[in-house]
Design a protein around this ligand. Structure first.
Ligand SMILES: *Cc1c(COP(=O)(O)O)cnc(C)c1O
Length: 232
């Protein structure tokens, strides 16, 4: 399939899943995860009208954002950082990131705030929550969320937009559904508790499970291999 056919197929699936959850396809943002793929592929999708792109490694993000700007005639796009960020790389996000999906510690928030304040920027962030209980995953435990959000309110440069998660990989999609449902219910309780009406985003779902995530309320899905092809 051509990039165009792949993009159309994903958009069709997004539309259908959104409809099943009583919403419209336009209520769901598709982030095209371009990690490991060359800048030419990003440009191809951007020329097809894809706006949001995501990278999970900071070094690659820095390189790609530079290469993209230098690419002749590339249309304007928005970059998302979707993976764990080490504190000493915090400055690399400032002024270049539409949305950071992986805020996962108070210390990181503190460092980001210092960088942002110095350069007079703000940053929209999602709080990463570990809903699968796997030790290998980054993210807060659900029980830590309330006090984390209380701490974060001390950092006015950080604009919390909602929550993000990665489900545990599984052949059986029905074991994943409760994990997405949990993120959604956490999001509702955080919004109630803190009057976070401007933090409605739920970033959940990847190539293997984005339709399920949308059925469970995802507002942002992060799709890599189904768009760009298998990563080697
Ligand atoms: C790689 C990645 C994705 C996309 O994964 P695919 O299975 O290729 O769709 C989504 N989210 C994060 C955080 C990733 O690192």
């Amino acid at each position: 399939m051509s990039p165009k056919e792949r993009l159309l197929e994903i958009q069709d699936k997004i539309n259908a899943a959104a409809k099943r959850s009583g919403r419209k396809g336009s209520d769901v943002t598709l982030v095209a995860v371009s990690k490991t793929f060359p800048i030419e592929d990003v440009v191809s999708f951007a020329r097809l009208g894809q706006v949001d792109f995501g990278e999970n490694k900071i070094q690659e993000f820095v390189q790609k954002t530079k290469d993209y700007v230098d690419f002749p005639g590339a249309p304007p796009i928005r970059w998302h950082v979707i993976g764990h960020l080490q504190r000493n790389k915090a400055k690399e996000l400032v002024g270049k990131t539409h949305l950071f999906h992986a805020l996962d510690s108070v210390r990181l928030a503190e460092t980001l705030h210092a960088q942002l304040k110095e350069s007079q920027h703000t940053l929209r962030c999602l709080i990463q929550v570990n809903v699968s209980g796997e030790d290998s995953k980054f993210g807060l435990q659900p029980s830590e969320l309330d006090s984390f959000v209380d701490h974060i309110s001390a950092f006015p440069t950080i604009k919390i937009g909602g929550l993000m998660t990665l489900a545990a990989p599984s052949e059986n999609l029905e074991t994943i559904r409760p994990q997405f449902a949990l993120l959604r219910s956490l999001s509702e309780s955080v919004q109630d508790r803190l009057d976070f009406t401007n933090a409605p985003e739920l970033s959940m779902g990847m190539s293997s499970d984005f339709e399920l995530a949308i059925e469970e309320g995802a507002t942002i899905v992060r799709v890599g291999s189904s768009l760009f092809g298998e990563r080697s």
